[in-house]
Design a protein around this ligand. Structure first.
Ligand code: C2E
Ligand code: MG
Ligand code: MG
Ligand code: MG
Length: 284
């Protein structure tokens, strides 16, 4: 009986393994065609600045979406596969160009500059073509370089710290900005902040979720805010969902906010129809 059970279990795992591989194979196959089939699009999530109790939109984070069979697929599902198969390099080039041209369109249309943040994966940061891709996109779209911000994670930075320093320094010379995403979640050695040309850190959603519930998360946020002040770099909180989180952040000196409390990531059409680029709200 035990032997029989063992056999069945083995069969079960073998079958599950086969299905996993098939699923990944299908995903890879579909993903390979996603670009040429025009199935990729960028959502934009507004970034809000609060000054003198007034909230206004100062920029957007571009977030990749895959429109597949009428459904929206989120990057958590397909970015890991895109990275493993290096499909991300073609995708990445498209994302950079698309976001730069959107930035240019908006600054022309609204007569003021918005910051546009683009996420870079570790593969992109390691790829020597990145610099050319970005400088080409800046030139061809004519967007103001200082409007473009590149978000990198600590994980990608520490994969090859020497390369990161070189690449980011070169990017800085193009006039673009660098933000560290999910800050504090991985290897926050302060040493890289000293050697990297970082303009901004993003407080990770996991710390924001602890506001009002967990003194340690609150303590970490306070120290990140004072770290940014000390280094004279910007700070923004992501994943802000409640009034309580917002109040804690603003009262403690983090005036840049991104999260569902204000807006979720949206399609360009929705942002424009709802006049979100002109959004302003008093008495926050
Ligand atoms: P991220 O860069 O840290 O992006 C923040 C994620 O939090 C986004 O998920 C966003 O939709 C979500 N979010 C924003 N506000 C809230 C909130 O108030 N509450 C909650 N619960 N979530 C919120 P999304 O769009 O699914 O992206 C997930 C991750 O995928 C991103 O994390 C980023 O690492 C990666 N990603 C997204 N777009 C791109 C891209 O164009 N290129 C690369 N390489 N990676 C991307
Ligand atoms: Mg990001
Ligand atoms: Mg993040
Ligand atoms: Mg994240």
């Amino acid at each position: 009986k035990a032997k029989e059970d063992g056999k069945n279990q083995y069969k079960f795992f073998q079958e599950k393994y086969r299905l996993d591989i098939e699923r990944e194979y299908d995903l890879t196959h579909n993903l390979l065609n996603a670009l040429s089939k025009d199935e990729l699009l960028l959502y934009y999530q507004p970034q809000i600045c609060i000054q003198n109790s007034t909230a206004s939109v100062i920029g957007f984070e571009a977030l990749l979406r895959w429109q597949k069979d009428g459904k929206i697929v989120h990057p958590g599902v397909f970015i890991p596969v895109a990275e493993k198969t290096n499909i991300i390099s073609d995708m990445g080039r498209w994302i950079i160009f698309e976001a730069c041209s959107q930035g240019k369109k908006w600054s022309d249309k609204y007569g003021r500059d918005f910051k546009i943040a683009i996420n870079l994966s570790a593969n992109q940061l390691m790829n020597p073509v990145l610099y050319d891709e970005i400088s080409t996109a800046l030139l061809q779209t004519g967007v103001e370089p200082s409007c473009m911000e590149f978000e990198i994670t600590e994980t990608s930075i520490v994969k090859d710290i020497k390369n990161s320093i070189t690449v980011l320094s070169m990017l800085k010379e193009l006039g673009v900005r660098i933000a560290v995403d999910d800050f504090g979640t991985k290897y926050s050695t302060f040493n890289y902040l000293k050697n990297l040309p970082v303009d901004k850190i993003k407080i990770d959603i996991s710390f924001v979720r602890g506001i009002g519930k967990n003194k340690i998360d609150e303590g970490i946020i306070l120290s990140l805010i004072s770290l940014a002040k000390g280094l004279d770099i910007e700070i923004i909180a992501e994943g802000v969902e409640t009034k309580e989180e917002l109040t804690f952040l603003v009262e403690n000196g983090c005036n840049n906010i991104q999260g569902f409390y204000f807006f979720a990531p949206m399609e360009v059409n929705d942002l424009e129809e709802r006049e979100i680029l002109n959004f302003e709200q008093e008495e926050i």
